[in-house]
Ligand binder design. Structure first.
Ligand code: ADP
Ligand code: MG
Length: 396
């Protein structure tokens, strides 16, 4: 048992005065490439990271639901009869939203048991590493087991997405939950967001002595408001004007016609999505044919496209990317939804100290808050199980 699993079990016991039925966990993710392409029916290429959110959960004999987190002082209580998105607020909308969303995927919310859940996490919140998908995926896996639903992982990803869209109110795509549920060690998840086909592709970072450095700018973002929804609306407007179902249906060869039909801003939003889809395909092909040391230019081009065409970067992200590249990273880009959060820099292991020092110094000179920097490795997706005990503890 990891330290985090132990502390989650203890946290459950001290909040609810009994033992949990089991522990389930799910990782955050980092998106290697493919940004804002998910809700355009396009391609993404994220991987699950070696930082996880753990949930301890036990069913009740009544209809009460109680959620608690190391992240919050108060526990939130609600009857399953009151479980509708309008009643869900703040952080508890993530776990409770998942319980509600399962009702659209086979759970009969009129008869399932209530439960208590305690959540602890080592995924940084709001850093673009999807602590939200980690919590959703862990709770989805736990309730799938405890409620005996038998849903497969791609379906659980859709459950998490529905919770985030409707209970939290963030119009995000399917990428984060897919990475968190399907990830594998030293591999990334190549996801076609139209068909939901997912393929696990080896990264080979370990053998190539490459490390992925996260540079968290600590500029915070919120996807429930503002820019994210705005970009999504631009993409929909672009697709409608071009007469296609989604921007997935626009090829690079169509961009000339798009430039004539669309206003400049919408055209640049469209161009980002179209070229980013191609960069994801090129990254997967390059990994297979030439190895991870050759993908750097694709990461760089992705950042430029997000900075200039999609306009979702911030000066801190641009500085992190430029400085990391100059100091020896083979490729770097902002990652996540944008407007803050983190950049990634794919770096030869021997150059890590140089890159870290250069970025820290550049931020100091620019008088930006010191960034948080750490290496993530591609790890396994969600997992968990009931404790080895056949007596089912119940309360309520
Ligand atoms: P990101 O997914 O990039 O970390 P989001 O804004 O999408 O950022 O999700 C972060 C939110 O998810 C938090 O503000 C909180 O409401 C919820 N959350 C994440 N992890 C936890 C946790 N361990 N306990 C409670 N809530 C959490
Ligand atoms: Mg999130």
């Amino acid at each position: 048992m990891t330290d985090l699993e132990r502390s989650t079990r203890e946290g459950f016991a001290s909040r609810f005065n009994r033992a949990p039925l089991g522990l389930w966990s799910a990782p955050g993710r980092v998106n290697l490439i493919g940004e804002h392409t998910d809700y355009n029916d396009g391609f993404v290429f994220p991987f699950a990271i070696d930082r996880r959110t753990v949930v301890a959960l036990a069913p009740r004999t009544d209809r009460l639901v109680r959620v608690a987190s190391s992240f919050a002082d108060e526990a939130i209580e609600l009857s399953l009869d009151e479980l509708i998105p309008e009643n869900l607020h703040g952080w508890s909308a993530y776990p409770l939203g998942v319980a509600w969303a399962l009702g659209s995927f086979g759970a009969d919310l009129a008869v399932v048991s209530g439960f208590e859940v305690y959540i602890d996490s080592e995924v940084p919140i709001g850093a673009g590493l999807s602590s939200s998908a980690a919590i959703e995926s862990a709770v989805a896996l736990a309730l799938n087991d405890v409620w005996g639903l038998g849903l497969d992982r791609p379906t659980l990803a859709r459950v998490g997405q529905l919770a985030e869209n409707r209970a939290v109110g963030a119009p995000t795509g399917i990428m984060d939950q897919s990475a968190s549920l399907l990830g594998r060690t030293d591999a990334a998840v190549f996801l076609d967001c139209r068909t939901l086909d997912a393929e696990v592709i080896p990264l080979g970072f370990e053998a190539a002595d490459l490390d992925l450095l996260i540079i968290d700018t600590r500029v915070s973002h919120s996807h429930a408001t503002g820019g994210y929804a705005d970009r999504r609306a631009s993409c929909e407007a672009g697709a409608a004007a071009l007469g296609v179902e989604s921007l997935r249906d626009v090829a690079e060869a169509d961009l000339g016609r798009a430039a004539e039909l669309l206003d400049d801003e919408t055209f640049r939003r469209v161009r980002h999505i179209v070229t980013e889809n191609q960069r994801v395909l090129d990254t997967v092909r390059t990994l297979r044919e030439r190895g991870p040391a050759q993908i750097g230019p694709l990461l760089d081009a992705s950042h430029v496209s997000m900075r200039d065409d999609f306009e979702i970067s911030v000066p801190q992200l641009d500085l992190a990317v430029e400085t990391a590249r100059r100091a020896g990273a083979i490729g770097a880009r902002m990652t996540g939804g944008g407007f803050g959060g983190a950049a990634i820099a794919l770096t030869p292991r021997v150059l890590l100290p140089v890159v870290r020092t250069a970025v820290a110094e550049a931020f100091r000179l620019a008088e930006y808050a010191a960034p948080d920097m750490f290496v993530v490795r591609a790890g396994d997706g969600a997992q968990g199980h009931r404790d080895e005990s056949d007596s089912l503890p119940a309360a309520g």
